[in-house]
Design a protein around this ligand. Structure first.
Ligand SMILES: [Mg+2]
Length: 195
């Protein structure tokens, strides 16, 4: 197990790219302007970048699971000009009242910690230095359920989720931009003897 490997888990819609409500066309992928540079700073600081996203549009029949992988490829294609790569992507295609075979009560739909635990297993991580950046209550709950640090952005749907998040998890760091969250993560891990 790699105790030293630092990792940032990233929600996709409303954090990395604009939330267009069930993104179903590659042309609609649009990064927030400060995201490519922020990702690059994290990667250069030694963080693994792992996208963790609920994609119930699969269960709802809006797009096939392959489309989520296509989006990941397209995102990395865009990021290539910034010399940064999203290392891994895990997505949950399920929704309990969707269509078969995706209509199950799974262990991966956020806020359930299944995707983070799968990443821990498959990428051999210890989660000792792990963060989750999201724009919704389910992202912060996920961080809590996986016992890692959750960060809320007020981009995407974050403004509406800020109040309820802080009521339940008052110590959650809240930032209005991705780059501020990156500053926080880098300064929090700097200077640790084991980081
Ligand atoms: Mg989101």
């Amino acid at each position: 197990m790699d105790d030293q490997q630092k990792v940032v888990f990233l929600d996709r819609d409303g954090v990395l790219i604009h939330d267009v409500h069930y993104l179903s066309q590659l042309e609609d992928i649009q990064f927030y302007p400060d995201v490519p540079d922020g990702l690059k700073r994290l990667q250069r600081s030694g963080f693994l970048l792992v996208v963790i996203t609920n994609q119930s549009g699969v269960a709802r029949g809006y797009f096939p699971p392959s489309f989520v992988s296509d989006c990941h490829a397209r995102m990395n294609q865009i990021l290539a000009s910034n010399r940064v790569t999203l290392d891994h992507l895990y997505f949950c295609p399920h929704y309990h009242s969707g269509s078969a075979p995706y209509n199950i009560d799974c262990e991966c739909r956020k806020p359930a910690p299944g995707m983070i635990f799968r990443a821990r297993r498959e990428l051999n991580l210890s989660l000792q230095h792990a963060y989750m950046i999201g724009d919704k209550m389910c992202d912060v709950e996920l961080a809590h359920n996986a016992d890692i640090t959750g960060i809320l952005l007020t981009t995407g749907q974050g403004r509406e989720h800020q109040q309820p998040v802080l009521q339940v998890y008052p110590s959650t760091p809240v930032f209005s931009s991705f780059s501020q969250a990156v500053d926080y993560i880098i300064s929090s891990t700097k200077g640790r003897p084991d980081s």
